[in-house]
Each structure stands twice: as structure tokens, then as C-alpha cells.
Design a protein around this ligand. Structure first.
Ligand code: PA5
Length: 461
């Protein structure tokens, strides 16, 4: 994995860039932040220990996964946000987006409560051959619990034993799911107490579904562990997990760059962009700093897919405001290969495509976009993976998690809480009539009036 950051530098892209000396000047600050992070490894930054901790606990996950592969046709991950996005990232990165057309067990993600899609999924699956992995750290997220309740209804209707079709992944102590796991005798994996949703992909949250589809989770963890060791032992200036947040921080503070777009050149890797979108926004978007002072800070992440989105959003990146850092991500080796003969078409204008491989074109698009960004003085970094293999993805995951925590430290915010997401959850409980949340319902009534004079109905002529 190589990070190239020359194209954020003033000497290369001009006025919109930063000076290399600014990065150097920030290094003592980064050293201090690194120390603060090390001090909290047993508490709030426990997720950074997962590569090592989980490498000692893979046996049960791998054995359960094997059993599932041998006995079930479908595996459904039921969870929201951080309790699903990491699973999706791993699934699509390694298998591409059409995996279910070719391989078993088929993998599905129930991460919404849209009645239409939920109904379609549950009515289409052969439930007798389906395992549902209900994942919730808090054990109480309304959407996850609603989906879980519905699944139990379906299992009951089909006279199926919940014990044979449900696995829970949740906090070792807290809340409903843990209680139910004991009462119903459901197999349950733990999420370590300090590990929050968006940092949980390297815990049982992400590892079980990955192991079910034969992703080598030991090698994935080894990759993450290699980055962990690199972070511990190398100079900040030689460590991606520190240089990347330094760039993000300096562009944000000194150049007003408050949008970071992850531009991934692979269908499968586009879910890395979705995962990173949550990681960056929930970690950095904060009203208060660590001292309780109002700061309203944050960087808006975008997940952009190459080459497709070159034909939708790139125009804005190239000629719009200078408010974006683009993080270009691509593998060097795409593993699959197609080449085109095109013998039916004898047109001069398409000759250049004949005999070329698909990877030639996607790489040319990647390089062409970098050249266009550079020509327009747009700051970008590129992360090139040797290939989409377990070790490389493990390295990348850890690098991004650490870099976001480092960015949080530089900005003085808590990168592992999400108070506003919790507030939204509480309003939902209040609106839905959950006991203990009556005050939230009243507050909601005051905030959102059912009748407003500022509405326009567009139905009638
Ligand atoms: O990152 C987070 O903490 C959140 O996005 C959660 O993952 C999400 O809200 C789901 O929470 P839970 O796992 O408690 O159901």
C-alpha cells in the first residue's frame, strides 16, 4: 500500500496546496497526540488493540463460520451503521458486487426498515436455509430490534427454531440482546465494551460474516497488526496513519478544505468509501471539543465511485470551489481480467480499445483523473493497494481508523462518541412510545409541528 501525497503540496499544485514545512511543524503535535492515544488504549481507544486481541480469538469464529457454510444457503447481517458497514465493506471488497449470483452462502444486509425491501428479502429467502446475524452494540437500536422481532415472527410462522437461525453479536453485558441470548439460548459473540460501532469491523462484528465467506480473517488481522506495529515504531513523517490526518487537518484549518471525497476505483471498494464516510463524519463532526467548548467542527466525507462518478461529480471537483481533498484509492492488480477483441465493429474511433484489458482502461481513467485534478490545482492524495487481498485490506482498515482518531486528537474532539446519533435514537424511541422516553416524545411535539404554514402542496392545479 502506497500513499502519495505530493499533490497536496503548494510546490506541485500551487496556491490551493500546503507547504511541506507545515506538515513538519505539526509533527511535535502529532507526537503528543500519539502519546495521548497510547494512554487510552485500554479504554476509549481499545479498538486499536483489536488486531492483536482478536488474533487470539479467531478459532470460535472460524468454526462457527464453517458450520454455517456447510449448513446454510443464506447469511443475513442485521444491523445499522457501524454494525453493518464494515461487514459490507469486507464482503464487497473481496467478492465484488455480484457475489450472490455465483457463490454460496449468499450474503445479504438488512440495514434499514424500508417495508418494501424488508418484505421482499424475507419472503424470497428459504428461511430453513438462512442464518441471521443480529448485530447491535447497544442492544437497543430500534431498526435492528424491529428487524429482529420481524425475523422471529417469520421463523415462528415457518415452525423454525430461533436457536438454529439466529446468532447475536452484542455487548458482553448490556441490554436486551444479551438478556435474550441467555433466555433463548442463542449463540452470541461479544463486542468488547469500549469498541463502538464504526471501529468494530475487526471484532466479531465484521469477522464472522467475513469468515462465513471464506475471507481469511487471520491474515486480515495480521495486516492490521502490521500497521499497528508501524504506527508504534515509525517516525510520524514515515507513517501514513499520521501523515494523512496531518494533511486533512492542515487543509481544513489553513485552506478551508472541509470536504474529503474518497474516490475508489473498484465497484467492491466503493463500500470502503461508505464505511469511511461513517468513520469520518461520526468521529469528527462535533459540537463540543474535549473541554466542553462549542466548536461545531467537522469534515464532510463523500463516497465516490470510479469510474462511474467521473460522469457525475468530477466536473464539480475540477472546477467548483477549492473546498475538497480527494482521496484516490485503487488496487494495482484487479485479480479478474477481461480483454476485448471487438471483431464485429470496424470503426477507426474504437480501434484504441481493441486488444486492451479492462484493467488498462480503469487504470487509465484513474491516472487520467489524477492528471486532471493536478492540472486544475486540486489537492489529492492517492492510496494504491498492491491488490485486494486480506493483508492489504487489514492494513488499510487500521491505517484509516488510526488516522481518524489522530485527526480527532488534532482537532481536540472525542472521535469515538456520537452524542447526536444517540439523540436521534432517543427521539425515535419517544415517537414510537418506548417506556422511559416520554419526555422525548413531548420535546418532539414541541420541535416538529404537524401543521406548518410554510408548506406547499403541489398536487392540485
Ligand atoms: O458508530 C456507531 O456507534 C453507530 O453508527 C452505531 O454503529 C449504530 O448506530 C448502530 O448501533 P448499535 O450497534 O448499538 O445498534
Amino acid at each position: 500500500m502506497i500513499l502519495n501525497y505530493e499533490n497536496v503540496l503548494k510546490e506541485i499544485i500551487g496556491q490551493s496546496g500546503i507547504e511541506f514545512e507545515e506538515i513538519e511543524k505539526l509533527l511535535p503535535e502529532i507526537e503528543k497526540a500519539k502519546e495521548r492515544i497510547s494512554e487510552k488504549l485500554k479504554t476509549e481507544y481499545d479498538a486499536l488493540q483489536l488486531p492483536y486481541v482478536m488474533s487470539l480469538k479467531t478459532t470460535e469464529i472460524v468454526e462457527t463460520a464453517k458450520e454455517i457454510r456447510e449448513n446454510y444457503e443464506n447469511f443475513v447481517v442485521v444491523g445499522m451503521g457501524g454494525s453493518s458497514l464494515g461487514n459490507q465493506m469486507l464482503h464487497y471488497a473481496f467478492n465484488g458486487i455480484y457475489h450472490n449470483m455465483q457463490s454460496h452462502p449468499k450474503m445479504y444486509f438488512l440495514d434499514n426498515v424500508d417495508p418494501k425491501s424488508t418484505e421482499t428479502l424475507l419472503n424470497s429467502l428459504d428461511l430453513s436455509k438462512t442464518m441471521f446475524n443480529v448485530i447491535t452494540k447497544s442492544g437497543s437500536t430500534a431498526e435492528t430490534i424491529q428487524n429482529f422481532l420481524l425475523i422471529t415472527d417469520f421463523l415462528k410462522e415457518h415452525f423454525l427454531d430461533p436457536k438454529k437461525h439466529l446468532i447475536f453479536t452484542t455487548d458482553p453485558e448490556k441490554e436486551l440482546l444479551r438478556k435474550l441470548s441467555k433466555e433463548m439460548g442463542i449463540k452470541t459473540f461479544d463486542i468488547p465494551p469500549y469498541v463502538g460501532g464504526r471501529y468494530s469491523v475487526l471484532s466479531a462484528v465484521g469477522l464472522l460474516s467475513a469468515a462465513v465467506e471464506n475471507i481469511d480473517i487471520s491474515v486480515l488481522l495480521r495486516g492490521a497488526e502490521l500497521t499497528r506495529l508501524r504506527v508504534l515504531n515509525s517516525d510520524p513523517i514515515n507513517c501514513m496513519a499520521m501523515v494523512l490526518p496531518a494533511i486533512q487537518y492542515l487543509l481544513f484549518k489553513n485552506k478551508g478544505v472541509n470536504i474529503n471525497a474518497m474516490f475508489t476505483y473498484s465497484d467492491g471498494l466503493s463500500y470502503l468509501g461508505q464505511w469511511y464516510r461513517q468513520l469520518l463524519s461520526e468521529s469528527i463532526g462535533k459540537k463540543y471539543d474535549r473541554n466542553g467548548k462549542e466548536i461545531y467542527t467537522g469534515i464532510t466525507p463523500l463516497a465516490v465511485r470510479g469510474t462511474s462518478d467521473q460522469h457525475s461529480i468530477l466536473q464539480l471537483f475540477l472546477e467548483g470551489p477549492f473546498d475538497k481533498l480527494i482521496i484516490m484509492v485503487a488496487p494495482k492488480d484487479y485479480k479478474s481480467e477481461l480483454s476485448v477483441k471487438g471483431e464485429f465493429v470496424n470503426e477507426e474511433s474504437v480501434e484504441y480499445l481493441k486488444g486492451k484489458k479492462y484493467s488498462d482502461l480503469i487504470k487509465a481513467e484513474f491516472d487520467g483523473t489524477k492528471a486532471a485534478l493536478k492540472k486544475n490545482g486540486r489537492p489529492f492524495v492517492s492510496i494504491e493497494l498492491s491488490e485486494i487481498r486480506e493483508e492489504e485490506i487489514g492494513k488499510l482498515i487500521y491505517m484509516l481508523e488510526y488516522s481518524v482518531i489522530m485527526l480527532g486528537e488534532l482537532l481536540g474532539v472525542n472521535p469515538v462518541d456520537q452524542p447526536a446519533v444517540e439523540l436521534g435514537k432517543q427521539f425515535t424511541y419517544g415517537i414510537m412510545g418506548r417506556k422511559g422516553f416520554e419526555s422525548k416524545e413531548e420535546e418532539f411535539e414541541r420541535l416538529i409541528s404537524p401543521e406548518s404554514k410554510y408548506t406547499i402542496e403541489n398536487d392540485a392545479l
